[in-house]
Design a protein around this ligand. Structure first.
Ligand SMILES: Cc1cc2nc3c(=O)[nH]c(=O)nc-3n(C[C@H](O)[C@H](O)[C@H](O)COP(=O)(O)O)c2cc1C
Length: 205
């Protein structure tokens, strides 16, 4: 009888200790979450600014393109279009495009001027093989800069492909999948600009 009572007491005590620890641990996790969420948001904003500056020359705008962004509906997805403005007029835009590479999704940022001419393209995230597919990285080769100044129509649509597919862009030796994915992504990205040009260039005062 005595033994039973001691057993009940110790079970209650264990339950209380467990409760206190799990509540304290939960609170600690929530607190760390709040702290890191701010840090992550800050890092993401810095990364975005670093990418934007590479595809929208600072000389063509007097605004913060992030603040003057608009959101387009692209199928089921939202596409944020960062807009560069000078004297109240859109001089260029940048938005994310993506392709299916050898090792998964390749994310890129495409900068286009108000006439639809490419200002710059940069690969922002990919897992392509070092030494093969990673030549899309501006730090590894100048391949990605060869799109500068081009637009849909220059070259003609059918030439927006790698040479192996009858287009005008070099593939890499032994690695055609990666550059093919990037050229396709850019071609589709230029179509996004053309299809949404009126909305992209519209500035409401
Ligand atoms: C381990 C390994 C990694 C590869 N990585 C890539 C890559 O990152 N990008 C790519 O385009 N091809 C890559 N390839 C080659 C592709 O499998 C494919 O053969 C090639 O893209 C086709 O190009 P080709 O028509 O010029 O031969 C890789 C192949 C192997 C075996």
């Amino acid at each position: 009888m005595n033994f039973d009572l001691r057993g009940k007491k110790s079970t209650t005590l264990h339950a209380i200790i467990l409760g206190v620890f799990s509540t304290a641990f939960g609170a600690l996790l929530a607190f760390t979450d709040i702290l890191t969420a701010d840090e992550i948001a800050l890092r993401m904003a810095e990364d975005l600014q670093a990418s934007l500056v590479q595809v929208i020359p600072p000389a063509i705008h007097d605004n913060n393109p992030v603040k003057d962004s608009i959101t387009l509906k692209e199928g089921a997805k939202d596409l944020i279009v960062y807009r560069a403005l000078k004297d109240g007029k859109v001089t260029g835009v940048a938005y994310e495009i993506a392709g299916n590479g050898y090792a998964g999704e390749i994310k890129l940022i495409l900068g286009v001027d108000a006439e639809g001419k490419i200002l710059g393209v940069r690969a922002t995230a990919f897992k392509e093989t070092p030494g093969l597919g990673d030549k899309i990285d501006a730090k590894k080769s100048d391949w990605i800069t060869r799109f500068n100044g081009l637009s849909m129509g220059n070259p003609p649509r059918e030439k927006w492909a790698v040479k192996k597919d009858g287009g005008q862009f070099d593939q890499f030796s032994g690695a055609t999948i990666t550059p093919r994915a990037v050229v396709t992504a850019i071609r589709k990205g230029l179509d996004v600009f053309d299809h949404n040009k009126a909305r992209i260039l519209e500035v409401r005062s």
